[in-house]
Design a protein around this ligand. Structure first.
Ligand SMILES: *[C@@H]1O[C@H](CO)[C@@H](O)[C@H](O)[C@H]1NC(C)=O
Ligand SMILES: *[C@@H]1O[C@H](CO)[C@@H](O)[C@H](O)[C@H]1NC(C)=O
Ligand SMILES: *[C@@H]1O[C@H](CO)[C@@H](O)[C@H](O)[C@H]1NC(C)=O
Ligand SMILES: *[C@@H]1O[C@H](CO)[C@@H](O)[C@H](O)[C@H]1NC(C)=O
Ligand SMILES: *[C@@H]1O[C@H](CO)[C@@H](O)[C@H](O)[C@H]1NC(C)=O
Ligand SMILES: *[C@@H]1O[C@H](CO)[C@@H](O)[C@H](O)[C@H]1NC(C)=O
Ligand SMILES: *[C@@H]1O[C@H](CO)[C@@H](O)[C@H](O)[C@H]1NC(C)=O
Ligand SMILES: *[C@@H]1O[C@H](CO)[C@@H](O)[C@H](O)[C@H]1NC(C)=O
Ligand SMILES: *[C@@H]1O[C@H](CO)[C@@H](O)[C@H](O)[C@H]1NC(C)=O
Length: 673
């Protein structure tokens, strides 16, 4: 039962002991010229800003508040000069500090300083370390000497790194600095110390009056002795800097990183080594506190998480933007009415496998044609990419082709819709499984040869389709590019005219000075080659050529014969007709298996339509009537045939040769669809 009585007494003595140990131990004589704090529990420091002394006796200069600063001064001024006009005496100071940061990084640092006043309220935090401000930094009227322990690299002050010790005179551009650390006494090697490592470290600052030399030394706490070699050694005559009355203390500041700057112990002496700080008496640096852990999570994981989220959002935004440009389209208000016919570029892009070359069906006069399958409907499509920069006439064109397509003439390739991009128009057609007539007429393989019945059916079909464009639709549409490669075969081997109206697009936005002929060499009517004016009769002319091509299985212009002479199919047919051997003109690959009456009839229509004089050609309605047997076609007179040979084609060939180079958009013979 003695213990309860003992307790107050023990506590009393303990308290006495603690006070005794913590209070500045004033050593020998002038109490202002020598002191040692082993912890600050009962010290009488002058504090401001965030500075405070913790219950455990730590001097907390900054408490983790960002962009803050704190100061602590030994209360009494130093008398640095021993005579009024004398020089600054030698002095030594040492202190133990620790920087606690939740990151590997800390900001910004602390200094031990000697200043003419304890009032540093005009100083700034962050990079100014609570010591100077933007106006007075570097000014000799400051009369401040400081040793900085800086964990931030400020280029404006010429900082060497983000972990350095520097000697500062009146400003933050250090007279001399060095990466924090120490030199081993044994072998002289330098060892780094990380200021913000959460470990307490000791620093010694010694000024030698005779040499006017400032030495800064540091060491980890577990080193028993002060290293012999300082890390910073600066020659600077402090007599010219410091005033007679000077205070010694600490300043510290934080930036944007939550950092706590602590001083654990401190000693000072004039004209002699700084009293040894009894390290075993020092208060412990705070570490491993749950609050810190929580804020570690909040301040590291959260920002990192946020950064990751932001980066992800950025990446998504990037992808969206890229996607936006990849799938970018041009859309005008007037297109609302064509809504159902408007395809999204994205759908077309996916349908054609990104317009892959393996899906390329052909390259025509107007652009490339790709095969594709619409993902939702599984509908097979052919997409024609027409490069077109002009917006002019686009509305009319779209309106025209959409409404032509809407009527679903069985001899026109169904146009499903379109899409517009910058400088480009995409036309979406139904895919014709049997491809273009071209390959059946001029293909190398025999198994692709069309029978006579099929050929006659195709001729009738194309005539019907063209009649529709010329006369049966609400407006006259000139096709302008009738040729075998523009005739496609559906699954019943019906001929269907593709690319209707497309040439019209090229009437707009072109230089009126140049005659811009659209069409394909060999199918161009003489007057079209001369004037560039496309009319229904010019279509009829091309149709005539097309009919001859289908019957004879030869191209309108043959290069196959002798060297450089072009043989006009028309001439050759007329020759045969005049010789009464029209059967020789019919495609030899049919091997005689054809209806002679129909064949002669077809050749006749072909020649009638190919008349060099536009007004001598039949209209498509008349052609249909001939084909349907409603009316008899006129006989081909010898005179007409001679005229055709003499007047029609020779000048045409010449004019064609002359104008070849200026015919920009003329499809070549090997044109796509
Ligand atoms: C830090 O010190 C300032 C000024 O004394 C005070 O306002 C603030 O609440 C303190 N912050 C912390 C986290 O202790
Ligand atoms: C602390 O110092 C101030 C002035 O520096 C003085 O007025 C005050 O009495 C001192 N307090 C103690 C307890 O020494
Ligand atoms: C100290 O210097 C000032 C001028 O610099 C002079 O006026 C004064 O007399 C000097 N005092 C002594 C004790 O030398
Ligand atoms: C230094 O400070 C003084 C007083 O504060 C001021 O008059 C002077 O202009 C400053 N010098 C420079 C270079 O800023
Ligand atoms: C130098 O000496 C110290 C202490 O004896 C030792 O830890 C360090 O590894 C040595 N360095 C070299 C490079 O020998
Ligand atoms: C010391 O620090 C510097 C820069 O901070 C670095 O380049 C060097 O590798 C470090 N040395 C050691 C031994 O950690
Ligand atoms: C001092 O402590 C550091 C870790 O803080 C350790 O790496 C080093 O070896 C220790 N040195 C001595 C002499 O105990
Ligand atoms: C230091 O400067 C003072 C004047 O400020 C001068 O009297 C003294 O001789 C200087 N000391 C050295 C070592 O140059
Ligand atoms: C340091 O303080 C401890 C008690 O905390 C004491 O035992 C030891 O002798 C002291 N060391 C010196 C060098 O004063």
């Amino acid at each position: 039962m003695a213990r309860p009585n003992m307790k107050p007494i023990v506590l009393f003595f303990l308290k006495l002991l603690l006070i005794g140990l913590s209070a500045p131990q004033l050593i020998a004589g002038d109490e202002t010229q020598k002191f040692v704090y082993s912890g600050f529990a009962s010290a009488n420091l002058t504090l401001d800003g965030t500075a405070s002394v913790t219950p455990s006796g730590l001097l907390e200069l900054t408490n983790g508040t960002v962009m803050s600063m704190g100061h602590a001064f030994h209360p009494a001024p130093l008398r640095l000069r021993d005579s009024p006009n004398g020089t600054i005496q030698s002095f030594s100071a040492s202190f133990v500090f620790g920087i606690i940061s939740i990151y590997d990084l800390s900001s910004h640092g602390l200094t031990m300083l000697v200043a003419p006043s304890k009032d540093l309220s005009k100083a700034m935090p962050v990079q100014y370390l609570g010591l100077f401000n933007g106006l007075n930094n570097g000014n000799t009227t400051n009369h401040i000497f400081a040793v900085e322990l800086d964990t931030w690299q400020n280029a404006e002050f010429g900082d060497i790194d983000y972990n350095h010790v520097g000697v500062d005179i009146n400003g933050l551009s250090s007279e001399k600095s060095h990466t924090a650390g120490f030199f081993h006494d044994q072998n002289g090697t330098f060892e780094n110390l990380t200021l913000g490592s959460q470990e307490a470290m000791q620093v010694w600052v010694d000024y030698d009056r005779e040499k006017t030399q400032i030495d800064v030394t540091m060491a980890p706490l577990n080193m028993t002795t002060k290293p012999k070699r300082p890390i910073v050694s600066a020659r600077y005559n402090l007599s010219a800097v410091l005033k007679d009355v000077a205070y010694i203390g600490f300043s510290s500041s934080t930036g944007t990183i939550k950092t706590q700057h602590y001083v654990l112990g401190w000693s000072f002496a004039m004209n002699g080594p700084a009293p040894v700080i009894n390290l075993s008496m020092l208060p412990k640096l705070p570490r491993d506190h749950p609050k810190g852990r929580r804020s570690w999570v909040l301040d590291i994981v959260l920002p990192v998480g946020t950064a990751v989220v932001l980066l992800s959002l950025g990446a998504i935004a990037f992808l969206l933007v890229r996607r936006h440009f990849r799938y970018a389209e041009v859309r005008d208000n007037w297109e609302v009415e064509f809504g159902p016919h408007r395809f999204s570029y994205k759908d077309l892009y996916h349908a054609t496998g990104g317009f892959e070359d393996k899906n390329l069906l052909g390259v025509g006069g107007f652009g490339r044609v790709y095969k594709g399958v619409l993902q939702k409907s599984r509908l097979k499509i052919a997409v024609k990419r027409v490069s077109h920069d002009s917006k002019q006439g686009m509305k009319e064109f779209i309106a025209e082709i959409v409404s032509i397509g809407r009527l679903q003439n069985r001899n026109l390739v169904p146009l499903l819709g379109y899409c517009r991009r910058k400088g480009e128009l995409l036309l979406v057609y139904e895919y014709m499984p049997n491809g273009s007539l071209d390959k059946y007429l001029h293909g190398k393989e025999d198994n692709t040869i069309l029978s006579w019945a099929q050929r006659f059916q195709v001729i009738k079909g194309i005539a019907s389709g063209l009649l529709y464009l010329h006369e049966e639709w609400e407006k006259v549409v000139v096709h302008r590019d009738i040729k075998a490669s523009n005739v496609l075969l559906d699954n019943e081997m019906n001929g269907r005219l593709g690319d209707f109206g497309l040439a019209r697009l090229y009437d707009h936005g072109i230089d009126p000075q140049t005659t811009h002929v659209v069409g394909t060499i060999g199918y161009l009517a003489p007057e079209l080659a001369r004037s560039g004016n496309a009319t229904p009769p010019t279509d009829v002319f091309a149709f005539g050529m097309f009919v001859l091509e289908v019957v004879c299985g030869q191209r309108p212009v043959n290069h196959q014969n002798t060297q450089d002479s072009q043989v006009m199919l028309v001439d050759w047919v007329i020759d045969n007709v005049q010789k009464g051997s029209f059967g020789d003109a019919v495609d030899a690959r049919l091997k005689g298996r054809y209806d002679a009456g129909e064949a002669y009839f077809a050749l006749k229509i072909g020649l009638l339509c190919s008349h060099p004089f536009a007004n001598a050609r039949p209209s498509m309605r008349q052609v249909m009537q001939y084909l349907d047997g409603e009316t008899e076609p006129p006989e081909l007179s010898f005179e007409v045939l001679t005229l055709m040979q003499n007047e029609g084609f020779e000048p045409y060939v010449i004019s064609y040769s002359v104008s070849t180079t200026s015919i920009g958009t003329v499809s070549q013979l090997s044109g796509g669809r």
